[in-house]
Design a protein around this ligand. Structure first.
Ligand code: FE2
Length: 307
């Protein structure tokens, strides 16, 4: 038993091979078997239309994990030293189809907090494909362009404390790995965090596909209750008001992307990555070109219950 790890029967829990800040939680077959029946109680439409059903399946997941999983994943996410976990079935089988994975992602998030309405999808979650061709208006679905390190929820009013990304399916994929950076590992944190420009309000807007018809104002950097750095940033959506803001954003972008502490994490099909959205940045490497390339992802973002 190491600091940060916990014993829960039916789960294989370890540090991620790339960083001790990320906890790997593999769900063993016996737990998957026991989830199938309670997950069958509701179809996806019920989960979408009746929010309380999501709590019912979340409670089933917690009960099947001896009542320990919920507390554990909350403690990981709120611990500044970790703040991130990857969870998924240890073994894939025909029982673990996309419907099962949507339900599993729903159950996990409803042990953490309430999901935000995802305006892109009009639901509490969004499913989307990354393919060879794309005519959308953001980097999200552009396979051959690096998606730079960023946080989510920069341009919405709702609090975005955490995010979950699940890989539902993947075909003909090389590259496209998840990139992650913990603020406290970043070589340039102090330089940028103490730069006055980063504490000013910036204006954040979003392209049409996001279906958000307002703009928000907030700084890039702010402090948590202990004075530690927190960030809300993405390259595409701030509208610099002047030269100072423009140059600050350029410097920030360059010093994030050149970081040697950026982690490159291949996410297995069926697995979800869940991260604290205030001190972890995430992105995606570009894919190797392939006409038949296809990846389907699910995302859920939300706030903690105890806010
Ligand atoms: Fe994102």
């Amino acid at each position: 038993m190491h600091d940060g790890l916990k014993d829960i029967e039916g789960f294989e829990i370890s540090f991620h091979e790339k960083s001790k800040r990320i906890i790997n939680i593999k769900i063993e077959d016996q737990i998957i078997e026991r989830l199938i029946f309670p997950f069958k109680k509701f179809d996806i439409t019920a989960l979408e239309y009746k929010p309380f059903t999501r709590f019912t399946i979340a409670k089933s997941l917690d009960d099947i994990s001896s009542g320990k999983l919920g507390d554990y994943i909350n403690s990981i996410l709120k611990n500044r030293n970790t703040g991130c976990f990857i969870v998924g079935p240890k073994n894939l089988s025909s029982k673990i189809d996309q419907t099962f994975l949507v339900k599993l992602s729903t159950a996990i998030t409803h042990l953490i907090g309430n999901p935000n309405h995802d305006s892109m999808a009009g639901k509490y979650y969004a499913r989307f494909h990354v393919k060879h061709e794309d005519d959308s208006d953001s980097y999200l679905r552009k396979a051959y362009i690096n998606m730079d390190l960023h946080t989510d929820g920069t341009y919405v009013k709702e609090k975005t404390d955490w995010l979950l990304m699940s890989k539902l399916e993947e075909k003909n994929v090389q590259g496209g790995e998840t990139t992650l950076l913990h603020l406290d590992d970043w070589e340039h944190l102090n330089e940028l965090f103490y730069d006055k420009a980063g504490r000013q309000n910036f204006t954040w807007s979003s392209p049409k596909s996001k279906n958000i018809d307002y703009k928000v104002e907030h700084p890039v950097f702010f402090e948590d209750e202990k004075g530690r750095a927190q960030i809300s940033y993405i390259d595409q959506f701030p509208e610099p008001k002047n030269m100072e803001q423009g140059l600050f954003l350029q410097k920030l972008s360059d010093s994030l992307e050149e970081s040697k502490k950026k982690l490159i994490i291949p996410l297995p099909v069926g697995s979800s990555i869940v991260a604290n959205n205030y001190f972890w940045l995430h992105g995606r490497k570009s894919f190797k070109e392939n006409k038949n390339l296809s990846r389907e992802l699910l995302r859920i973002r939300g706030s903690f219950f105890n806010n």
